[in-house]
Ligand binder design. Sequence first.
Ligand code: GDP
Length: 298
Amino acid sequence: MFDTLSSRLDKVFTSLRGRGRLTDADIDATAREIRVALLEADVALPVVRGFVAAVKERARGAEVSASLNPAQQVIKIVNEELVAILGGGTTTVRFAKTPPTVILLAGLQGTGKTTLAGKLGRWLKAQGHTPLLVAADLQRPNAVNQLQVVGGRAGVEVFAPEPGNGVGDPVRVARDALAHARRHVFDVVVVDTAGRLGVDEEMMRQAADIRDAVSPDEILFVLDAMIGQDAVSTAQAFADGVGFSGVVLTKLDGDARGGAALSVARVTGAPIMFASTGESLEDFDVFHPERMASRILG
Ligand code: GDP
């Protein structure tokens, strides 16, 4: 097991209890520990560098307060900086003034998009919405069927291509689904799209074509939290290829410390909106920056 940041800092600070102010040497020693802890949590290196520099700057100016020992003081600063980068508070879908609100899901294959569509459907329904899930992932042989299964479990209607009608053309499916939603008064449309195992031009083009056909109100980039250091390059590729307005982290039930969250929030500036924590529909919540900050700190 890795040392938590708290226990690391406690070790650094055992010798300096009772001092009025942190010296530069104390701050350097602290910064080293923070750096190691963040790298162990799989935060991308450039993000770690920027973060540590910001914390050092704040720690240098900070008076050591009477109520906190120096380790606690630094942890407080680190925690505040983490929460700020992770968005400060919860952010979720901005609904369109004129329904339907269109939400497009994009991300690599296997990240959990189809599962997420079901979870979002269930969540939207609980908020009083009437969502429609759209099977525009026609790449993966079982994706349409899988969406129908999760839609059934969530009690949410699924729009899938009729055999012989639009099969193989996800843009057409998405467009038809939007027309269907307007006719049948669905107020939120969640479009599942195809991913590939790696970043791929054809996949990006297809997602961008669907985007252009349905003008989504939100594009959610779905990111597997286990991806670690690759979070930055993958997020950047999707930001350039499709663009996105929010992030969903999946597989947070795994043992990843969540560094990917910090990396993607820092590099893209997009808010992390939701967290997926398992395979069943209930394993889902809005994203809470403070909880993630605690997880990254260990
Ligand atoms: P897609 O290719 O992006 O549509 O991904 P899927 O929705 O098919 O998910 C891929 C696999 O990951 C499936 O076996 C899901 O059950 C599983 N999965 C999805 N979300 C989570 C999650 O939050 N935690 C865990 N442990 N598994 C997940």
